[in-house]
Design a protein around this ligand. Structure first.
Ligand SMILES: Cc1cc2nc3c(=O)[nH]c(=O)nc-3n(C[C@H](O)[C@H](O)[C@H](O)COP(=O)(O)OP(=O)(O)OC[C@H]3O[C@@H](n4cnc5c(N)ncnc54)[C@H](O)[C@@H]3O)c2cc1C
Length: 450
């Protein structure tokens, strides 16, 4: 019988976990998988992106991902950064196949004057901060102004607006990072203006996320600039959106409430301030049809100025180049055909990609499942047809090399100890978990449990 194929999976977010599931469930071939993750914890954006007030979206971790990671054919190598601690060429020689599922942590710039002023941030910085991602825990957001501006009209923009306005007592029951809770407790922000360049019907946010705004306690939601009639005919989805916006606009308001202002057909054109941002110049847009008949936003000469001390751009995540792998600059993805990594010479034998770094930054957690299936199907086909270069090291040799490269390796039992400690602390505080966001603390927790 053929020995199991040995696969390195780089990243431990949703794309990696769905790929892992497909590899393990196939009955055609046997696989053993090592999961490399640069952080001590797995789960990618399910832990570091999904908003703390959306615990139900994180159940997929307990239901499925945890099950896969605990399979005896799987080893977890946390706190190991591929491309820094270990090069792609090394991994490629150690394994029969390497699958990259490293996600995308860069963001898209607005490219307007004043964007580099302090006080203007990528939304992903703020999201990493409130979700306790170790890379973002030290960031200092100035929440001393009454108004914040969020640029963008997707679910991420709504997440951020909610986090800035939800009563702290409610957030304190979630798994939000403690340092973020402290910052929000001191926050003076009372109004968040969400700027969308197109009309309400073209906003990228989904209906459930919009409907959620109806249930925010102590927050008025105002809808400005743009009506559904701007882009008829309306689909069923759009009609549901329009109905929600109407209900939001009709809700009674209270002077003491915080406010989220959904301002459509509006784009920032300049940020002003001396030492930091204090004004956002906003252009009013109108919709026009382009040559393909699509409605696009065009700025008019109409301008308004918003005073604001915090600007968060939420106009899209973007993948960055990965050392040793071909990169498609235009799309912000590792160059691939259906999941096989390719350069100008063709396929890099045994190298695959899945998730956001394969197809670009779009889609919810579940969208990564078919994406991973496509990649794993290629891998299985290549394995069956003897197109994989066979590994030059066995399991034990790989483990020794990894330990040599990263003596502070976090293995599955270490992550379990960290996970348990977080959940225990959460139980005492009436929260799902109290997250550790400091790598040194996580390592100490794992060490103490050994
Ligand atoms: C702010 C935000 C909120 C979201 N909320 C929701 C939601 O509520 N519901 C929903 O369904 N979807 C949500 N999504 C979408 C969902 O999170 C993504 O579809 C999904 O996380 C993409 O999976 P991925 O595995 O490609 O990337 P990621 O989740 O980013 O995982 C990539 C993993 O790779 C690791 N990694 C990176 N580089 C290396 C390296 N060099 N070596 C080793 N490891 C590495 C990272 O640390 C990370 O763990 C949200 C996305 C964002 C940005």
């Amino acid at each position: 019988m053929m020995p199991p194929f040995r696969v390195a999976l780089v990243g431990a977010g949703p794309a990696a976990m769905y790929a892992l599931g497909h590899l393990l469930e196939t009955s055609e071939l046997a696989f053993e998988v090592d999961v490399f993750e640069r952080l001590p914890n797995p789960w990618g954006l399910v832990r570091a992106g999904v908003a703390p007030d959306h615990p139900e979206k994180k159940w997929v971790v307990d239901r499925l991902f945890d099950f896969h990671l605990n399979d005896p054919r799987v080893r977890f190598f946390g706190n190991v950064e591929i491309g820094a601690d270990i090069a792609h060429a090394e991994l490629a020689a150690w394994y029969d196949a390497v699958v990259y599922a490293v996600g995308a942590s860069g963001d898209t710039r607005m490219r307007i004057p004043g964007e580099t002023l302090p006080g203007c941030w990528a939304a992903c910085d703020f999201i990493g901060f409130y979700n306790g991602h170790p890379d973002y825990r030290h960031l200092g957001f100035d929440l001393s102004s009454e108004r914040a501006v969020v640029v963008g009209n997707g679910n991420v923009a709504l997440d951020v607006a909610r986090m800035l306005t939800t009563p702290v007592a409610e957030l304190a029951r979630t798994d939000i990072a403690d340092h973020a809770l402290d910052a929000l407790r001191r926050s003076a922000v009372r109004e968040v203006v969400v700027l969308g360049r197109r009309s309400p019907m073209q906003g990228a946010f989904h209906n459930p996320e919009l409907e959620e705004l109806e249930h925010l306690q102590g927050v008025d939601v105002l809808v400005e600039g743009g009506s559904p009639a701007d882009d008829e005919p309306l689909s069923w989805e759009a009609r549901r959106k329009a109905a929600t916006l109407d209900r939001l606009a009709a809700r009674p308001r209270h002077a003491r409430n915080k406010r989220i202002v959904l301002r459509f057909l509006s784009s920032p054109v300049e940020l002003r301030g001396s030492a930091k941002v204090d004004q956002v110049v906003v252009a009013r847009n109108r919709l026009e049809r382009n040559a393909r008949g699509e409605l696009i936003a065009q700025p008019t000469d109409e301008r308004s100025v918003l005073r604001a001390g915090l600007v968060l751009r939420a106009i899209g995540y973007r993948g960055g180049p990965f050392p040793g792998l071909p990169f498609d600059e235009r799309r912000g993805v590792i160059r691939n055909v259906g999941g096989r990594v390719v350069d100008a010479q063709g396929w890099l034998a045994g190298t695959y990609v899945t998730g956001w770094i394969k197809r670009g930054c779009r889609g919810i957690i579940g969208s990564n499942k078919p994406c991973a299936r496509e990649t794993v199907d290629c891998l299985i086909d290549d394995a069956k047809n003897r197109r994989l270069p066979r590994a030059r090291l066995d399991k034990n040799e790989v483990f020794a090399r990894v330990m040599q490269k990263q003596p502070d390796l976090v293995q599955r039992r270490d992550w379990s100890a960290i996970d348990r400690a977080e959940k225990d602390a959460g139980r005492e505080a009436g929260r799902p978990r109290v997250k550790m966001s400091d790598v040194a603390r996580m390592l100490a927790c794992a060490q103490a449990a050994r």
